[in-house]
Design a protein around this ligand. Sequence first.
Ligand SMILES: C[S@@+](CC[C@H](N)C(=O)[O-])C[C@H]1O[C@@H](n2cnc3c(N)ncnc32)[C@H](O)[C@@H]1O
Length: 229
Amino acid sequence: MHSFARHRHTTAVKASAKETKGLPINGGWRYDLMEWFLDLFLFRSQLRDLRQRTADLAHIEPGEQVLDVGCGTGTLALAVARRVGRTGRVAGIDPGIEQIARARLKADRRNLPIEFQIGVIEQLPFPDQTFDVVFSTLMMHHLPASLKRQGLAEIARVLKPEGRLVIADFKRKQERQGQSARFHAGGSNMQDLAALIKDTGFSHVETEEAQFHRFSAFPGAGFVSARKS
Ligand SMILES: C[S@@+](CC[C@H](N)C(=O)[O-])C[C@H]1O[C@@H](n2cnc3c(N)ncnc32)[C@H](O)[C@@H]1O
């Protein structure tokens, strides 16, 4: 999925997007098309299942305020908007300019008031203690180790006390089984990620493995959920 990785910027977002140590992705509708093809024919819907499980683990309630960090083209944020309902709030940030444009278009077409904006995990554009839930799917492996710690501290800052965090990511290549090991170079060691999350001041840290489907080429993935202490 990294074939759309680019480093394009507009003047307005130059500072934050340009300075990120992460790996922004672009492609917009082309990214969505590629992902649809991969998920249908190679991953056997495991990408869709991963997003669904992320939302389930977050236990999102109507009226809650939710943030998707590294939201890409907004697919999960759109699904979550239905869970929080009209009294809730969903925001999504990503440094990929084309991804945010695509996410906004998808939300407009569905008449969903989601706040998609260009941004980076290094400096989340929200006040302290804004959100009940922050989640992130398949984004952590785009960050170098030093930025993971900084980004988790930023997430803790924008979460309300007792706020929930759910992170889903590909597992590291060495930890995968069979043909899935051939796909996708990046990935996270879930135990290391859980330890880092604990270290950043979160409690109730739990990990979970994504189900392994024998006939899917989906790279193995895992989840870490936690609560802001
Ligand atoms: C594989 S995509 C996943 C997108 C989306 N979460 C999903 O599940 O489809 C990883 C995303 O992380 C974003 N990203 C890279 N560096 C980032 C940073 N420093 N802060 C926030 N997001 C970042 C990329 O632009 C990309 O959209």
